[in-house]
Design a protein around this ligand. Structure first.
Ligand code: GLN
Length: 241
């Protein structure tokens, strides 16, 4: 079994070790004797998104989010919407997560019209939401407790029918007010969790891999790995928070 992974906009959306998520996805497949083919698609890439099993989009500052708009609206936006509708697994972090929504209006009033693949919008506030945090995923997203690092000015508001990815246990999450964190629709997962997120949260990583493998092959199993070191780090951070 093999998964094709696309790292979209690695040149502009990649903060706080976000690309470590790609290595984690890749390694956890290789350790189980499975294949992982990773393709980077920086700005200006004209090849299609078709055929990818997982698409990863990292975070970025307001400036980078504005820089990518032209490329995004040259057709990448409709491709992303179509892939999301088709059940492709997306992991989108912070600026990448905001990009999946309708728009982001920065604190100084610059409006970025995004994709609308997820029914959400984001508005920047003066006070940034920064720090290590944790949240519990909904049952449909595996139910695990995720630890991560958030740093955003944007406050994200979900449409009434859009499920959050989880519930904040400590920290800010989507907006610091309603207790929600991230969003989950079909196989699209959006979160504010940098870190990189996946090495710190192996259960969440395996949930993504299994979702992608089952979609591609109908049935799949993931042999257990020795996650003692990862889980010790995870539990230590949970306890500190
Ligand atoms: N620029 C966005 C914000 O501040 C996203 C930041 C990020 O990706 N860390 O909300």
């Amino acid at each position: 079994m093999e998964l094709k992974i696309c790292h979209l906009y690695p040149d502009v959306l990649n903060l706080y070790g976000d690309s470590g998520n790609i290595r984690c996805l890749q390694k956890r497949l290789l350790w189980r004797g499975m294949g992982a083919e990773v393709t980077k698609m920086p700005l200006g890439t004209r090849t299609s998104l078709a055929g990818y099993d997982i698409v990863f989009i990292g975070g970025g500052q307001d400036f980078e989010q504005q820089v990518l708009l032209e490329d995004l609206h040259r057709g990448r936006d409709s491709e992303i919407r179509a892939a999301a509708l088709d059940g492709v697994v997306f992991l989108t972090i912070c600026g990448g997560y905001q990009m999946m929504g309708h728009y982001y209006e920065t604190f100084d009033g610059q409006r970025c019209d995004f994709i609308g693949a997820l029914d959400l919008y984001t508005v920047g506030a003066k006070k940034r939401m920064i720090g290590n945090y944790k949240f519990r995923c909904t049952d449909s997203a595996g139910g695990s407790v995720v630890v991560g690092f958030e740093n955003h000015s944007g406050r994200t508001v979900l449409g009434s029918a859009l499920e959050p990815l989880g519930k904040v246990l400590t920290g800010f999450g989507n907006n610091g007010e309603d207790g929600t964190e991230g969003a989950h629709w079909k196989n699209v997962f959006g979160t504010y969790s940098h870190g990189p997120m996946l090495p710190k949260n192996p259960q969440f990583c395996d949930m993504l891999l299994l979702t992608a493998l089952e979609r591609k092959y109908g049935r799949a199993e993931l042999a257990p790995l020795d996650d003692a070191a990862e889980l010790a780090a995870h539990d230590e951070m949970c306890a500190r928070l």
